[in-house]
Design a protein around this ligand. Structure first.
Ligand code: IPM
Ligand code: MG
Length: 357
């Protein structure tokens, strides 16, 4: 197989972790006799510094013509406490999602048994959890009209959804539910929000096309509570952009750390693969970040963008084997982890590649 892959490391720890996702792809190419051609592009704070634009045209053009994109992270501390900044790193990520039509964000909560002790939740609550989130990614309050009054006394973000936006992500989620345990939970706030009432209407309609899948509707506040009370009750979770953003950060604690969760954003064209974590400036450049989410994002690319299931499994297995051998980065170490088993980003990445080879 011959594929063109665009690497966008982005900001902060994005640089450090993405090199390991890329090396996992290179190792797979060698082992399974594929040709992966790599190109690189800038986005976010890095791109603002160089060009003034968080998503330069050149990056977008490269993205549109590549077969898949591996992305790192976005953001910089200097914007977090500067609400008045007009140009922000995150705009780059939102724009590329919109431009590439990446309306479905798949976030699997992959729980490795070895990490049961790393979570802040009890192992008996966690064991056996396997959730696949479908977060809508190009609509909602993220993309609605934004207003700030001249005198700074009022602001508004418009939350809106079109029927077709709900339909297409719902279909994707139901298709996935069919291949899993045939259970789908749609999360909304239909007791309060009109957008959620439309969401629920549409999901109920689509549900009729999938009578073999059991559908449940849940309010977001309840779902946030159930997720930590009894995560095993969930399988496929379908939700809107903002609710999905929040719920998946919460769910990352089931997997032990934000540093473990990979995601796939798909839609009309090129697929986009990225860890769910942010740029973590506090640890950037210190060889402390967990590279596993980037490596697992590479696995999702192999599986979803290229249909290379065996290769994808090999990568996931290499991560599992590394954890089984006792190796940890700081974020997934528990009180029982000997300090000699706690590795930096580069050492951890190298262990996974060793297992993969
Ligand atoms: C995510 C991130 C982004 C989002 C930010 C960086 C804009 O939190 O991918 O979950 O809110 O979608
Ligand atoms: Mg988020």
């Amino acid at each position: 197989m011959n594929k063109n892959i665009l690497i966008i490391p982005g900001d902060g720890i994005g640089q450090e972790v993405t090199t390991w996702g890329k090396q996992a792809l290179e190792t797979i190419a060698k082992k399974y006799d594929h040709t992966f051609n790599f190109d690189e592009a800038i986005m976010g704070h890095t791109a603002i510094e160089e060009t003034g634009n968080p998503l330069p045209d050149e990056t977008l053009a490269k993205a549109k013509t590549s077969d898949a994109i591996l992305f790192g992270a976005i953001g910089h501390a200097k914007y977090d406490n500067d609400p008045s900044a007009k140009v922000r790193p995150e705009q780059g990520l939102l724009k590329i999602r919109k431009e590439l039509g990446l309306y479905a964000n798949l976030r699997p909560i992959l729980l490795f048994d070895e990490l049961l002790e790393a979570s802040s939740l009890k192992p008996e609550i966690l064991r056996g959890t396997d959730i696949l989130f479908f977060r809508e990614l190009t609509g909602d309050v993220y993309f609605g009209e934004k207003i700030r009054s001249e005198d700074n006394s009022f602001a508004s973000d418009l939350m809106n959804y079109h029927r077709y936006e709900v339909e297409r992500i719902a279909r994707k989620a139901y298709e996935a539910a069919r291949t899993r345990s045939k259970k789908l939970c749609s999360v909304d706030k239909a007791n309060v929000l009109e957008t959620s009432r439309l969401w629920r209407d549409v999901v109920q309609e689509i549900a009729r096309e999938y009578p073999d899948v059991e559908t449940e509707h849940m309010f977001i506040d309840n779902a946030a509570m159930q997720l930590v009370k009894n995560p095993k009750k969930f399988d496929v979770v379908l939700t809107a952009n903002l609710f999905g953003d929040i719920l998946t950060d919460e769910a990352s604690q089931i997997a032990g750390s934000m540093g473990m969760l990979a995601s796939a954003s798909i839609g009309d064209g090129t697929g986009f693969f990225e860890p769910i974590h942010g740029s973590a400036h506090d640890i950037a450049g210190q060889n402390k970040a967990n590279p596993l989410a980037s490596i697992l994002s590479a696995a999702l690319m192999l599986d979803i963008a290229f249909g290379l299931q065996e290769e994808a499994k090999a990568v996931t297995q290499a991560v599992a084997d590394t954890l089984k051998a006792g190796w940890r980065t700081g974020d997934i170490a528990s009180a029982e982890t000997p300090t000699t088993r706690i590795l930096g980003t580069n050492e951890m990445g190298a262990k996974v590649l060793e297992c993969l080879r």
